[in-house]
Design a protein around this ligand. Sequence first.
Ligand SMILES: C[S@@+](CC[C@H](N)C(=O)[O-])C[C@H]1O[C@@H](n2cnc3c(N)ncnc32)[C@H](O)[C@@H]1O
Length: 277
Amino acid sequence: MSEINSLELIHKFSQENLEKNCSKEDVELLVLHALDINRNILYRENPSLDEDQLKKITYSIERRNLGEPLAYILGNKGFWNLDFYINEDVLVPRPETELLVEKILTFYNSEPLNLLDLGTGSGAIGLSLITERPSWQIYCSDLSFKALKVAQENMQNNSINVHLINAHWLNAFEDNSFDVIVSNPPYVDENDDRLLKDGVSFEPIKALVAGERGLMDIKHIIKNSKKYLRDNGGLLVEHAPEQSNDVIGLFNEYSYRDIRLFQDLNGDDRVSFGKIT
Ligand SMILES: C[S@@+](CC[C@H](N)C(=O)[O-])C[C@H]1O[C@@H](n2cnc3c(N)ncnc32)[C@H](O)[C@@H]1O
């Protein structure tokens, strides 16, 4: 191909991929990534591309057309106020999960407290919180050692500090340790069509799927967190909208109080909260 500039290339590839996964926005982001520039420079300078950059972009578009999430191709995803390094060992953080961060910041001020982010993955929840509440002690745990490596990289990239722990849910902790426990656990039923949606099959299945119609891990966390929460401690869990009755039922069954349900930006039930006495 003779020399081509970035804006021409974005137009050309967008036209060629009209019916495919890779949208015009995706093409633009892949070009910015390959050139390591921002949009201002793209539109102001419209740089031309060399052969290697062109190959890299073509390969990235192929990956995207095969359904791979853009976050894995770019190696990052924005969540709350940070840019997270992301690879195939972790779930791509979802905008809905920001509701957990928002609610915790609304309920708890800067007074020092101990918080546990169970199933931290990339560290999205715990690391976002420590940037907002540096006086807190935040513990981020996961069963996947590979996920914790990603969380560690995100911690180092952002020069922030949390405690990273490799554990099966609450097994590693002592009783009465936390003021707040937060979790976005796996909650998708194995037969759910959402597993067939764009990109989801590329994500770690253990980060997504749980038994008992998706409720198994949620139930384990609600049942067992009581022992690890201090007096007046709170538990927040993310779940699917259609699970809200079951989840609220579990908070009641295990005698939490001040039980509340919150909706995400789409108006869907997404987060449940309860306190212990
Ligand atoms: C839905 S992902 C959430 C990741 C991240 N917190 C987020 O919101 O993007 C669930 C996480 O729970 C972890 N997990 C699954 N089973 C676990 C277990 N038994 N104990 C601890 N963590 C577990 C997975 O490795 C995964 O990182």
